[in-house]
Design a protein around this ligand. Sequence first.
Ligand code: IMP
Ligand code: MG
Length: 189
Amino acid sequence: MGPHDDANFTAHWAAHDLGEVVVAAKDVKARVLELGQAITRDYAKNPPLLVCVLKGAVNFMADLMRAIELPVEIDFMAVSSYGAATKTSGVVRIVKDLDVDLAGRDVLIVEDVVDSGLTLNYLRQYLGARSPRSLEVCALLLKEGEQRVEQDLKYVGFSIPSTFVVGYGLDVNERYRNLDAIYTFTGQA
Ligand code: IMP
Ligand code: MG
């Protein structure tokens, strides 16, 4: 067991801005494996195209795709809805589009966190217009009680209270993405 497997371990360089552990590293790992197994079962006949939403989902994507025992393909897109602040603006901007054609594909959007749901709502419409055969969502985190748009999420890692969190891909001002656990953020945004 390394230091990152200890639920009480907090990286020294980040500790002064982090509050409690929301999801411990070992729980993230275990849940991502379960999600990978579920996707392996559900998509056995039609391996999906995994679409990672940069940058927050990058850690999740890297672990999830290795937990799926199918010949998946991957692609990336980048959207911006937050700017540098910790409150949603409701405005979604495509920063990087996909490289591959979605027509006839079974597309699985890999998202870090669904907060208001505005980002995902936009993405669904945007990608849905490209004639995928199916379009589903795998979100690592779902913030309880925050959704402004009805969400139909095929896979959810964890439901968490509605506080701002960092780690495992999630950032504030581009920092803390490289932590293995997920923490509340108590510093200045
Ligand atoms: P939504 O459009 O309000 O659902 O926000 C979704 C996007 O906002 C996510 O893909 C994240 O990039 C970002 N986000 C939402 N909540 C958090 C958080 O607690 N920490 C870091 N980023 C967040
Ligand atoms: Mg972000």
